[in-house]
Design a binder for this molecule. Structure first.
Ligand SMILES: [Zn+2]
Length: 167
């Protein structure tokens, strides 16, 4: 394991919280690493036997989003309860200074964990809300009524102007 010289982190005493482990290949890393140097997978705290190696295969896929870091971490913890390792990343387009502290976050898991993660999120009612078809139909009806109203109003105006014009 590589320990940078002058590091304040003492790695002499091994406890679950003072080193990170790659859930995919098992390589250990110091706490200041975020990704595995061997395979690039996001690291978790060593001692997390909960992680299911089945859930670490494939590319990272977005399965959920949080409105902020705290919400994303809540989702992350729920996923971990199911043995699914995940990573939180700033939502694209919000990685500008204004949003560095806050802003929405994406929660990503390995491809092999996507079905399990989606199922879990669905049960926890955290899955991205899909709009019900009735809502779409109602929205369309409303738009149509508004358009008809505007058209009728314009026609009435034209008719009144035509009446007012001297023949
Ligand atoms: Zn690895």
């Amino acid at each position: 394991m590589f320990v940078p010289g002058g590091s304040q982190i003492a790695v002499s005493r091994k406890s679950p919280s003072n080193s990170l482990r790659c859930p995919r290949c098992g390589t250990e890393h110091p706490l200041d690493e975020r990704f595995c140097s061997e395979c690039g997978f996001p690291l978790v705290y060593a001692g997390y036997e909960k992680i299911d190696p089945e859930y670490t295969r494939g590319d990272l896929v977005r399965v959920a989003g949080g409105r902020n870091q705290a919400e994303a971490e809540l989702i992350q913890n729920l996923l971990l309860e199911e043995g699914i390792p995940s990573i939180v990343r700033r939502t694209a387009g919000f990685d500008v200074p204004d949003y560095l502290a806050g802003g929405p976050r994406d929660v990503l898991v390995a491809e092999s964990a996507v079905p399990a993660a989606r199922q879990m999120l669905l049960e926890a009612d955290l899955a991205p809300q899909e709009r019900a078809p009735e809502d779409d139909a109602r929205g369309l009806l409303k738009t149509t009524l508004v358009v008809l109203g505007v058209v009728a109003g314009a026609m009435l105006l034209v008719w009144l102007l035509w009446l007012a014009l001297p023949s």
